[in-house]
Design a protein around this ligand. Structure first.
Ligand code: THU
Length: 122
């Protein structure tokens, strides 16, 4: 998944930040989907790699995500921003959702609940 996230990061559209990110989600179905960030001259309209990957999964009929891998060539241990954590929470599987990042000496796996404690849910 980290390899696919790395490949997706190569497609990032980041003329403003020059900070490419790729993400790869694994759904309960076993299917995987990737996404990259794409920016906009109206900066607030930027979409993160994680939400792009989640959106592609949803558009393909998925509703439960088991894990996401996040990769940026510019940063070790690139974790999802707060907005993406909340979006991931919406689609976590019954057993939770793992967040996988690439570190300098391998990889690290967080649970989403550890990254987003006391989260808002309706
Ligand atoms: N970005 C992501 O795609 N995912 C993250 O988890 C953090 C930030 C993007 C947004 C923007 O295009 C660039 O990285 C710099 O913030």
């Amino acid at each position: 998944m980290l390899q696919l996230a790395a490949e997706a990061s190569a497609n990032a559209y980041v003329p403003y930040s020059k900070f490419p990110v790729g993400a790869c989600v694994l759904c309960e179905s076993g299917n995987i989907y990737t996404g990259c960030n794409f920016e906009n001259s109206s900066f607030g309209l930027t979409i993160c790699a994680e939400r792009n990957a989640v959106g592609t999964a949803i558009a393909n009929g998925e509703r439960k995500i088991k894990a996401i891998a996040v990769f940026s060539p510019n940063m070790a241990n690139c974790t999802p921003c707060g907005a993406c954590r909340q979006v991931l929470d919406e689609f976590k599987s019954e057993s939770g959702l793992d967040v996988i990042t690439k570190t300098n000496d391998g990889m690290k796996i967080y649970s989403l609940s550890e990254l987003l404690p006391e989260c808002f849910e309706l």
